[in-house]
Design a binder for this molecule. Structure first.
Ligand code: CP
Ligand code: NVA
Length: 288
C-alpha cells in the first residue's frame, strides 16, 4: 500500500492523478463501511473538517482522535498506535509534532498513512494550493508563484515540492536563517520580498510562528518584520492572486486589507482542502 507523507513521494504522476480525482464528481463510495482514523496532536479547523467531510463523501466513517487518547510515544509507541488503528481502519491519517512519527507508523503497517501536517510537510495543503492556482490561472506550467515569509516550514516545503511537480515557477523570499533547507532543484530563494513578487501571478504567505514554535515568538516577529504581505508589496506583483493556508495572523504576515481584497482567494483555497482530501483518500484506496 502507498502512503502520502510528502508531495515529493507522490512525484509528478501522483500529483496529477490526485488533482484529477479531486476534480471528479463520480468517485463513488470506495470507503463504504470502512473507517478512517484522524489523529490530531495539534489543533486544526480546516484539516479536520475537510478530511472528515471527504471521508463521509467517499462513504466512509471518520474517527477523530485527540492526542492524549492515543498518546504517540507517550501512552504507547508510534508503531503500536499504528498497528492498533490498522485493525479497524482503511487509512490512518495523522497530524503530528514530529514527522518521524509518521515514518515509523508507515514502516509498521501496510495500511496507508496520510500526513495531515507534520513539522516538515503539509502535503494536503500543497495539493489544495496547486488545485487553487490551476482554477485561478487556468494552467500550472510556467505560473509564477512567490512565497514570502518563513520558507523553512511545512507549508512552504510542500508548496515547493508541488510547484516543481507541476512545472510552476516558485520564488521564496525569506530572511537569513529561514530559507527552505532542502529546496528542490528549480526553486529560487531570495532575501528581498519585492524581488520574489516582481511579475508573480500568485503571492502566498503563512504565519511567522508555526504551531509548537511559541517560545521563538519574539525572535521570529523581529526576523520577519520586513516580510509582511501588504498592499504595497502586492502592487509590485503581476496583479497577483493572494493565497494563505490559514489560520492568518492579520497585521503580522498579512494585512487585513490584502486578506479582504478582491484578489484574495483564501476561501476558495480553504474549500479546495476538502476536494483534494477526497482526491487523496480515493487515491490511497486505489481509485484512479
Ligand atoms: N491550513 C490548515 O491546515 O489549517 P488547520 O490548521 O486549521 O487545519
Ligand atoms: N505553518 C503552520 C501551518 C498551519 C496550517 C503551522 O505549522 O502552524
Amino acid at each position: 500500500m502507498t502512503d502520502l507523507l510528502t508531495i515529493a513521494d507522490l512525484g509528478p504522476e501522483g500529483v496529477a492523478e490526485i488533482l484529477a480525482l479531486s476534480e471528479r464528481a463520480d468517485l463513488g463510495r470506495p470507503l463504504a463501511g470502512k473507517g478512517v482514523a484522524l489523529v490530531f496532536e495539534k489543533p486544526s479547523a480546516r484539516t479536520r473538517n475537510s478530511t472528515e467531510m471527504a471521508v463521509v463523501q467517499l462513504g466512509g466513517h471518520p474517527v477523530y482522535i485527540q492526542k492524549d487518547e492515543v498518546g504517540i510515544d507517550t501512552r504507547e509507541t508510534a508503531e503500536d498506535v499504528a498497528r492498533t488503528l490498522a485493525c479497524y481502519h482503511k487509512v490512518i491519517a495523522a497530524r503530528v509534532r514530529e514527522h518521524q512519527h509518521l515514518v515509523r507508523m508507515a514502516d509498521s503497517v501496510s495500511t496507508p498513512i496520510l500526513n495531515l501536517l507534520s513539522d516538515k510537510d503539509h502535503p494536503l495543503q500543497g495539493l489544495a494550493d496547486i488545485l487553487t492556482i490551476k482554477q485561478l490561472t487556468g494552467h500550472l506550467e510556467g505560473v509564477r508563484v512567490a512565497y514570502v515569509g518563513d520558507a523553512d516550514n511545512n507549508v512552504a516545503r510542500s508548496l515547493a515540492q508541488a510547484c516543481v511537480a507541476v512545472g510552476a515557477e516558485l520564488s521564496l523570499a525569506s530572511p537569513q536563517g529561514y530559507h527552505l533547507s532542502d529546496a528542490p532543484d528549480g526553486v529560487r530563494q531570495v532575501a528581498d520580498p519585492a524581488e520574489a513578487v516582481a511579475g508573480a501571478d500568485i503571492v502566498y504567505t503563512d504565519v511567522w510562528v508555526s504551531m509548537g514554535q511559541d517560545d521563538e515568538t519574539g525572535k521570529r516577529l523581529k526576523a520577519f518584520a520586513a516580510y509582511q504581505v501588504n498592499e504595497a508589496l502586492m502592487a509590485k506583483s503581476n496583479d497577483a492572486h493572494f493565497l494563505h493556508c490559514l489560520p492568518a495572523r492579520r497585521g503580522e504576515e498579512v494585512t487585513h486589507g490584502v486578506m479582504e481584497s478582491a484578489k484574495s482567494a483564501v476561501w476558495k483555497q480553504a474549500e479546495n482542502r476538502m476536494h483534494t482530501a477526497r482526491g487523496a483518500l480515493a487515491w490511497l484506496t486505489g481509485v484512479r
